[in-house]
Design a protein around this ligand. Sequence first.
Ligand SMILES: Cc1cc2nc3c(=O)[nH]c(=O)nc-3n(C[C@H](O)[C@H](O)[C@H](O)COP(=O)(O)OP(=O)(O)OC[C@H]3O[C@@H](n4cnc5c(N)ncnc54)[C@H](O)[C@@H]3O)c2cc1C
Ligand code: SF4
Length: 484
Amino acid sequence: MLKFDRVKIQEENPEERKKSFIMEPMKGYSLDEATAEASRCIGCNICTQACPASLDIGAYINSTAVGDPGQTVRIVFENLPFPAIIGRVCTHNCEDICVMYDTGGPLAIRHLKRYAADQFNDYGKVLNIKKRGFINKKVAVVGAGPAGLSAAYYLALQGVRVTVFEALPVFGGFMRVGIPRYRLPFEVIEKEVGFIESMGVEIKLNTRIGVDIEFSKIMESYDAVFLGVGTHKPRMTGTPGSDAKNLMHATEFLRRISLGEKLPVGKNVVVIGGGFTANDAARSSLRLGATNISIMYRRREIDRPGYPSMNANEEMEESVDENVNYVWEVTPFEYVKEGDTIKQIKYWKNQMVQDTGGRAKPVPQKEKTFTMDVDFVVEATGQETDFSFLGDEYSRKLNLTPHGGIIVDQRGMTSIDGVFSGGDSTNMTHDLISAVRDGDTAVIGILDYLNVMDTVNEEYLPLLDRWKKFSPMVAKMAYADRVK
Ligand SMILES: Cc1cc2nc3c(=O)[nH]c(=O)nc-3n(C[C@H](O)[C@H](O)[C@H](O)COP(=O)(O)OP(=O)(O)OC[C@H]3O[C@@H](n4cnc5c(N)ncnc54)[C@H](O)[C@@H]3O)c2cc1C
Ligand code: SF4
């Protein structure tokens, strides 16, 4: 008999997993589960039209359904060199729009991709890429995050000599030093970035452009440059008492944990902010031994970043299962210190006030003050791009949006001739799949700029905007309609 219900993924016990940075919350499908789930797909490919990177989802689900995960990996690699990573942490807007939503649940597109990718330790054997010799072109990539590494991979397949410069001692950007290890194991990142290196991409770690090498030197030495520098400059709240030693921005907090530090957070941790980074900081605090963790957000649950989407719901469910406590509609206004240590947070309750037309605004109700005891405070209040690496001359030349994002044309080129950009520093969506899409776009732009399009091997060019009809925003709206 036909079975239409989505095959539930097995999860680790929250009480066990919250003690471990190694244990992934979700176990991954078995062969039988993957086959059963993939067999539900009707192949309409509506989902592909909402995927930022235009993956041929219907086709790769079909290859999993017929027991050919190698073909799934080959199809994913047409546009994305990170199937096991994206198979774990993609925001998966494609599932929000899946036509099977009301017929047993949307296809588990993300879990199916993970299943296929996890079957292979060495993608080289599956992909069987016939690498070209180097052509006489050199490209520098600044930043070894998903945007830079995607661009590097597809350029290298065309014989371009690519050097990636990375400030940190590890590659992966926020895949490695933002997303915690329990959601995205280091070995998975090493497998996929290792494959990119094996295709001839050189990655120079511990090399901060603007400090170790001047940006002007890069401009002189390469035929084109791709900036995938992300957003690594913290935005702090500036709440009185912020100079305490037990307060940290979430990106520093998560980076230091990822690089091996065991930060002493105590028992009571408060995370300020409402997005995915706040969840990751809260759940990492649990794994460092904290027992009482609150996320304070100034707006309502329905206003939190990323909502409405299945992904936002899943992230919150996982946090709630691990006993993270959410405190909605509050404004912290003082960190009360003893010496250089915050002991309490003082906060107001907010009231959401609807402005004419715009988004409801949180207005603090100041007549009553609340307090919460705390051992450690994490501010997950956003971050921006640090442009200091460019130096004065190139900073002046680089056009930015009013929000500080890099402006690029359709080819991904900035206002500086020969300098391309993508990822968090450039797009508004700030997720992995969009960073990869930007890398793909820039590959075509760079090859065109280098004037080598007539010699490219089309088989290895990323396929941009396959059957584009919907945007990820349409997928979100579809989901919002469904959960009303
Ligand atoms: C905590 C957290 C959790 C997240 N969770 C998810 C998730 O579950 N799903 C999802 O899709 N997205 C998630 N994201 C967002 C996602 O990680 C980013 O959208 C993505 O990594 C952006 O890619 P990027 O290549 O633009 O930049 P990044 O990944 O930020 O990489 C930029 C790299 O450039 C380097 N760099 C910067 N300046 C220089 C310089 N001057 N010289 C040399 N190197 C430099 C940086 O060190 C960094 O390694 C999360 C982000 C965070 C912070
Ligand atoms: S929208 Fe759903 S049913 Fe249609 S191809 Fe995509 S996963 Fe399959």
